[in-house]
Write a protein that binds this ligand. Sequence first.
Ligand code: SF4
Ligand code: SF4
Ligand code: FES
Length: 249
Amino acid sequence: MVAEEQQERTQPRLVPIYVMGKRYEVPAELTIQKAMEHAGYQLIRGCGCRGGICGACGTVYRQPGSYRIQVGLACQTIVQPDMYIAQIPFFPANKAIYDLNTVVPTGETVAALYPEIFKCFGCNTCTKSCPMDIDVMEYMSQALRGNVRKAAELSFDCVMCGLCTARCPAEQVQYQVAILCRRIYGKHLTPKSSHLEEAVSTVQAGKFEEKLRELMGADVKELKKRYVARETEPDMADESWKPKAREDL
Ligand code: SF4
Ligand code: SF4
Ligand code: FES
């Protein structure tokens, strides 16, 4: 058993996968993204944060023995033996153009910019496709009913991967509708934050100019030293936490 474990450590178990129809043997514990790199792909598009945040790595795959097409983020989905994989580096979804400063902050604006939302027929495929476990159909329903605030809140975790859109039989652009609602909500409907306005005034008054110039002139060694020594918020800190060094605030 010990010998088997040692062998596993030195020689990882390989599984076959198919990328764009071509077969590769890759370590079984890798994500799709790492497996593709292991197979020799250099990811220039369809790859960003590698941490499930940027939504750049939307991927379509199918497991052997199943007719079902599945979707997921390549940086978060672990390979399965014999899975067929194709990445979606870009999805040509509809994108309305608007000036956020002048839009009327109502549900009618959302409906005027994305009139196709009325074609949603409630199949829930979008929700089942979402790697962020967002109730996509519900936020679309709220947008349809003109509840911009609720649509913004429900879609807050959206990473804009486009997988809901790729699967929608009614050709909706859920994530564009969602970001429009969040923009309208953030720009026009939330109360102004006085401390943010103060912070912006402080920046505009030039308080940090000298320090910024000093940082820009520092060499890499000095920057690394300061980065390591910086004060960071503890993982379990509550909302009352404040840094001890206050001079840069
Ligand atoms: S997948 Fe499309 S049609 Fe189905 S509920 Fe979602 S938005 Fe509506
Ligand atoms: S709502 Fe759509 S675009 Fe947003 S994370 Fe979910 S699947 Fe991706
Ligand atoms: S690379 Fe950013 S979500 Fe996968």
